[in-house]
Design a protein around this ligand. Structure first.
Ligand code: GLA
Length: 744
């Protein structure tokens, strides 16, 4: 790994064994991009890659000559309006109304490791040899605004983390109207764009289309990263697939409004932008003030999408997630939400906990409804004190009883919200985001607290810390169940209202930081009506997230499959729930529900006391299985094998670091009469090793790794269903879980 600078050609080369990123100072002092891709040789001068030909209708920087047109060179941090006409990375409004900037190279430095981004989540290193950071300082001579572009290259894989930092060293205030975290101009457009989109209950479905001249973008203006689009996109070569080919993933480490965009210009150059959504963003920078953008991470590989995902999984699992739970097997939990909704008593909860304990479940999570006057979703949010009618001895008392059963206790909060019917709202009606004299829109009868204000965050911290301070809460589910409207804060002047969305998220991060520091062994799971805030920003504080409110096994197969493109299995909350399923009314076998959920942080969310003896026995063996294999399932190397978005069968697998053990999941959505044979080609095994393959504890045979990977594991039905009398036929939503162990 290295970062070199040639004084002569004014060229930077960031490289490791698999990746090169090359930039140069352009003739006008701005920065240009020369190359981003597979590692190439180092040389002093790559100016042959800087192509500048005069073109009709182009505008040029220098008088009396026609070479440098910013529209036609690839830039590092594009500016609009001074011969570049593409969407820019940065836009700064000045006192005279101008929005032209001209950031010119001033100096640079290289640091070992990676600096922290104050107040923001970001990837990190544990020792300096893991990464190197180039900090390029640029300056706009007219405004005096200084811009630092940070580039961290991690060793080993093609991982580049970028962000931008502004300091106003001028004499007048400016307004940053747009400041992207990542801007990359690529020399061609032969890519497919993959976005991860959906809605509540069907989050992160991959959608693919060819890049075309014009703009393709996704984003969120809802105040959270959203169900609708994830702050993650892939550009892949059309011929690339899961196992080979050039792929680039772009991921924003941020939980608020975002924009991810690719613009293909008239000469087939592609500009990728990723950062805070510029709509409604306006950050005032007084002289001396600074602004740091969130971080964006790019992963490059020429070995296909699985490899890209594995690089993200390692990075986000080990160098973004933090703390006590990062590397620990996650507790198997029972959550009471789909078991009781708001209709519970302490006794009912304890009965559920006892049955769960008998099945080997380790953590009891009390969801919504334990506080204030919360007996429906119309009241109580904001009053984080236990409801004495429901829990006479408070959270401490209930938690003690759960602990005395031999289980840990976890609790639900929705810290950012308030109902009007609450003590908190009655005491502080001015604490919600809303515009004077305008309608206050609600979502689920609730309003958004103004987390841009420190006093509001402090108050919520005090209430939560008091509850957690009883020492018996081992897990917190942090929910966020509506999007932001009327985003305006009375605490800021008119010309700073464009800061509120971002300040809100900074407030959320600050509360997370305080709570996770004060209660370092508490496991935090984030949630936002399921997966509306399943993003890398939150993963920095909460190592797992409720993947979706949709707990149906078939829907979850798709949601978890889509989520796996960027996020590790250890981050995906996945529960077995009741049938007919509460979201889609579908009935799936209990085995399939567990076979999908075990590729996640596993748990149950149903009334175990309504199950038959046989079903409870099955639950117990699922829990035993999970306890035995969860380290492999949650932390192994994950491969997508067959996409449930492309056919009737989905499959995935996970392999241990030493390739000694693997588990593969095979899922057939609808039953097929007289079905074709089915072969599942596995991946990631040692081709020379002999493996025993078993299903439900029964050995199916011994096979070499090469056989399993190249000839495939025979996953055909044992019976074609031709006999109406006897013979076990399959059913809809069937699944198989194969355990693959290397022979001694
Ligand atoms: C959201 C969450 C659910 C549950 C409810 C409680 O919808 O996603 O898991 O916690 O809130 O109100």
């Amino acid at each position: 790994m290295g970062i070199t600078y040639s004084e002569k050609s004014r060229t930077f080369h960031l490289f490791n064994t698999s990746f090169s990123y090359i930039m140069t100072v352009l003739p006008n002092g701005q920065l240009g991009n020369l190359y981003c891709g597979r590692r190439i040789h180092s040389r002093e001068d790559y100016s042959y890659l800087l192509e500048m030909v005069p073109r009709a209708m182009a505008s040029y920087v220098f008088e009396k000559e026609r070479t440098l047109s910013l529209e036609h060179v690839r830039q590092e941090y594009g500016v609009y309006g001074s011969s570049d006409y593409r969407f820019p990375a940065v836009e700064i409004l000045q006192k005279n109304g101008s929005r032209i900037s001209d950031f010119r190279y001033k100096s640079h430095r290289v640091e070992a490791g990676k600096p922290k981004l104050p107040g923001l989540p970001a990837t990190y290193t544990e020792n300096d040899s893991e990464a190197e950071t180039l900090i390029l300082t640029l300056e706009d001579p007219v405004t005096g605004v200084e811009l630092e572009l940070l580039y961290t290259l991690f060793s080993g894989a093609g991982i580049l983390a970028r962000s931008a930092h502004f300091v106003n060293r001028g004499r007048e205030a400016v307004h940053i109207l747009k400041a992207m975290s990542f801007c990359l101009d690529l020399p061609d457009c032969a890519y497919e764009w993959v976005q991860f989109s959906g809605a509540w209950s069907r989050e992160r479905h991959p959608r693919t289309r060819r890049l075309e001249q014009g703009i393709q973008s996704v984003g969120s203006m809802r105040g959270h990263s959203s169900h609708e689009h994830n702050p993650f996109i892939i550009l892949k070569r059309p011929e690339a697939d899961e196992f080979q080919g050039e792929v680039m993933g772009f991921s924003l480490v941020y939980s608020g409004n975002f924009l991810a965009q690719a613009e293909v210009d008239t000469h087939d150059t592609t500009r990728v932008l990723l950062g805070i959504h510029p709509e409604w963003f306006d950050w005032k920078l007084e002289p001396g003030e600074e602004f740091q953008t969130p971080e964006a991470v790019m992963v490059y590989t020429d070995r296909g999408m699985n490899h890209m995902s594995q690089i993200f999984h390692r990075l986000y699992g080990k160098r973004l997630a933090r703390g006590y739970w990062r590397d620990r097997e996650r507790p198997i939990l029972i959550n009471n939400w789909e078991a009781t909704y708001f209709d519970f008593t302490e006794e009912k909860l304890l009965r559920l906990a006892k049955t769960a304990k008998a099945a080997g479940i380790e953590l009891f999570v009390l969801d919504d409804g334990w506080f204030g006057k919360r007996s429906s979703d119309r009241a109580g949010l904001g009053d984080w004190q236990a409801n004495p009618e429901r829990l006479p001895e408070g959270i401490g008392g209930l938690a003690e009883r759960i602990e005395s059963l031999g289980m840990k206790f976890g609790l639900w909060f929705e810290p950012e919200m308030v109902n009007k019917d609450s003590g908190l709202y009655r005491a502080h009606p001015d604490w919600i985001l809303s515009v004077p004299e305008r309608t206050q829109s609600h979502g689920r009868y609730q309003y958004v607290l103004d987390f841009s204000r420190k006093d509001v965050v402090d108050c919520i911290y005090e209430m939560m810390a008091k509850i957690l301070g009883c020492g018996r809460v081992s897990y917190v589910k942090w929910d966020m169940n509506r999007s932001i409207t009327e985003c305006w804060s009375p605490s800021l002047p008119a010309d700073r209202q464009g800061e509120v969305f971002h300040r809100y998220i900074l407030g959320v991060y600050s509360l997370y930081e305080r709570l996770t520091s004060a209660f370092p062994t508490v496991l935090f799971e984030s949630c936002a009506s399921g997966g509306a805030r399943f993003d890398p920003g939150i993963l920095y504080y909460a190592p797992q997230a409720w993947t979706s409110d949709d707990s149906d096994a078939v829907e979850r197969l798709k949601i978890q499959y889509g989520t796996s493109y960027c996020y590790p299995v250890s981050s995906m909350g996945a529960h077995v729930s009741a049938c007919p399923n509460h979201q889609v009314n579908r009935s799936t076998p209990l085995s399939t529900r567990a076979n999908v959920a075990c590729f996640g942080t596993f748990g149950y969310e149903l009334d175990l006391n309504c199950m038959t003896r046989e079903e409870l026995d099955q639950v117990k063996s699922q829990v035993d299985f999970m306890k035995k294999w969860r380290s492999l399932l949650q932390f192994g190397t994950f491969y997508r094998l067959k996409s449930p978005f492309e056919g009737n069968i989905g499959a995935w697998m996970t392999v241990s670091g030493d390739r000694g053990q693997a588990i593969a999941g095979w899922y057939r959505i609808l039953n097929v009469p007289n079905p074709p044979y089915s072969r599942l080609r596995l991946a990631g095994l040692d081709p020379e090793a002999l493996y025993r393959v078993s299903e439900d504890g029964e050995t199916l045979g011994e096979f070499y790794g090469d056989e399993l990977m190249y000839a495939g594991l025979v996953a055909s039905d044992k019976n074609s269903g031709d006999s109406p009398h006897g013979g076990k036929t399959s059913c809809d939503f069937a699944s198989r879980l194969y355990v693959i162990e290397k022979m001694e």
